[in-house]
Design a protein around this ligand. Structure first.
Ligand code: DC
Length: 482
């Protein structure tokens, strides 16, 4: 059986990473923390004193814990009731830590965990998997991050769920739970000597999952890679047939997407000014004014790198075929009007993997055709650029793009938001957004100068700028001599 054991303090990202790995290897995921949480919930519901070992021991006789892991959904049930949501409540975290100190509870749950591991290929995460539940597991990892980073992640999770949280309190809770988990008498959280430690403080979750998979391959050597073992189980003919069809389809979609890209780049004339300002080989948040559905097309086909991404409204994904082509072209669909966590994660991951991500900061098309002024900016651009310390590349269309027009797109100089790096992104995202908008307003002035005063001639524009700075210099000189 493949048993992958992951331990670490709370908030280190174990469960998300364990889930990702289980999906990639097509094996089961067991969240052992959820088991302690379920026992705590049941104890609280039955009015038991959490430190009373006898009383809780009695309750265990009445608990039937089951798990659903059908690939799309992970659920924990107590006596057939799905409690997956309830056990995530803040007060249950503390109570789970309390009941996890009791030997009766641990014996009960550890026995279940060992049985599941003996009968299934499974990724388990918890506190004592590498040291106590499966000390002989072949793949053992210890995942950690600084307490401050873990608290920050927890706060943003809770805030995204609409809960009001105090960072200092969350941090204190994390420190307390670490202390409890690491100092309890039975099976405390430790990093065993044979576990591979991964510090995820400055890594994206995808990167951590990839790192673990790389280590697994290394542990295995080339011959018996668990990825192959897991895939080998998919012998079922039906599954193979589906796989074949998907492969054929993906070749067609890839070909079609390449064709679309080619058409999008050449069908309507667009002159791109200062293309050299565009960052092609490393991460960048690319922003642009937006007033036509054609706007992203030229950028996708003529500017973005191979792994470039574009945030787009998720309405495009309604049709399955268009959704597959859009995905192939790097579109990240986003649900508008709500916090779309999935899209946020994809953008952060793309930036952390050195891709450029195009975002229209106005969030929607500017319907005013005589556009000079942009709509208010959303805070997403600032948040992404701050969280990943990416440069921002500003771009500006002169007018609404049209198929039979001579369109003009100007790429401005990239800038970084480093003056805000010392503070938390959530605290400075609004000022940073104002800063980004001011940069776009400056770029607008340059675009007008280039197109209107200099008749779209880059040569004239550069000459004008040279003269302008010379004049400024002379004026300053004259003044200082007066
Ligand atoms: O990972 P979590 O926060 O959901 O875990 C809840 C509590 O359960 C945590 O405080 C420690 C405890 N726990 C444990 O003692 N042993 C495990 N294998 C998993 C969790």
């Amino acid at each position: 059986m493949i048993n992958i054991a992951i331990d670490g303090p709370s908030g280190a990202g174990k469960s998300t990473i364990a889930k990702t790995i289980s999906k990639k290897l097509n094996i089961m995921y067991l969240d052992t923390g959820a088991m302690y949480r379920a026992v705590a919930l049941y104890a609280l519901e039955n009015g038991a004193d959490l430190s009373d070992s006898e009383a809780i021991g009695e309750l265990l006789n009445n608990i039937d814990l089951t798990f659903i892991d059908n690939g799309t959904e992970n659920a924990v049930c107590i006596n057939g009731r799905d409690v997956s949501k309830e056990i995530r409540r803040h007060e249950i975290s503390k109570s789970a830590s309390e009941v996890s100190k009791l030997s009766k509870v641990r014996d009960f749950l550890v026995e279940m965990q060992r049985k599941i591991a003996a009968e299934n290929d499974v990724v388990l995460d918890g506190r004592d998997i590498t040291s106590n539940v499966l000390p002989n597991a072949k793949y053992k990892f210890y995942l950690t991050a600084t307490a401050e980073e873990r608290a920050r992640r927890r706060c943003s999770e809770l805030k995204e769920k609409g809960q009001d949280v105090d960072y200092q309190k969350v941090l204190q809770d994390i420190v307390d739970r670490d202390y409890n988990d690491m100092n309890r008498q039975i099976a405390p959280l430790v990093k065993t000597e044979d576990s591979i430690e991964i510090d995820s403080t400055s890594l994206a979750q995808e990167q951590v999952a990839d790192l673990i998979l790389t280590h697994i391959k290394e542990i295995d050597g080339k011959s018996v890679c668990p990825v192959n073992t897991a895939v080998a189980r998919l012998q079922d003919k039906e599954i193979q047939a589906v796989a074949k069809k998907t492969k054929r389809k993906s070749i067609f979609i890839r070909g079609f997407a390449a064709f679309v890209k080619w058409v999008m780049g050449g069908l309507w004339h667009t002159k791109i000014y200062f293309k050299d300002n565009f960052i092609k080989n490393s991460k960048a948040v690319v922003i642009c004014n937006h007033y036509s559905a054609l706007d992203p097309c030229v950028i996708i086909s003529r500017l973005l790198g191979k792994n470039g991404k574009v945030m787009m409204k998720n309405e495009i994904t309604k049709n399955k075929f268009i959704a597959s082509v859009a995905d192939e072209l790097g579109c990240i669909p986003v649900k508008r009007g709500e916090a779309d966590l999935n899209a946020v994660k994809k953008v952060l991951s793309a930036l952390n993997h050195n891709s450029q991500v195009l975002i229209f900061p106005e969030g929607t098309r500017n319907k005013n055709e005589n556009f000079k002024e942009m709509l208010p900016f959303k805070a997403g651009v600032a948040t992404f650029a701050l969280k990943t310390k990416s440069p921002v590349v500003p771009m500006m269309y002169y007018k609404k793009t049209g198929i039979f027009k001579r369109n003009k797109l100007v790429v401005g100089e990239p800038f970084w938001l480093d003056e805000f790096y010392a503070q938390k992104p959530s605290e400075v995202k609004d000022v940073a957004t104002d800063y980004i908008r001011a940069k776009m307003v400056d770029l607008r002035k340059e675009v007008d100068l280039l197109v209107e005063k200099c008749k779209g001639s880059k040569k004239k524009y550069l000459k004008y700028k040279r003269l302008q700075s010379k004049e400024l210099y002379e004026n300053a000189n004259n003044r200082s001599q007066e």
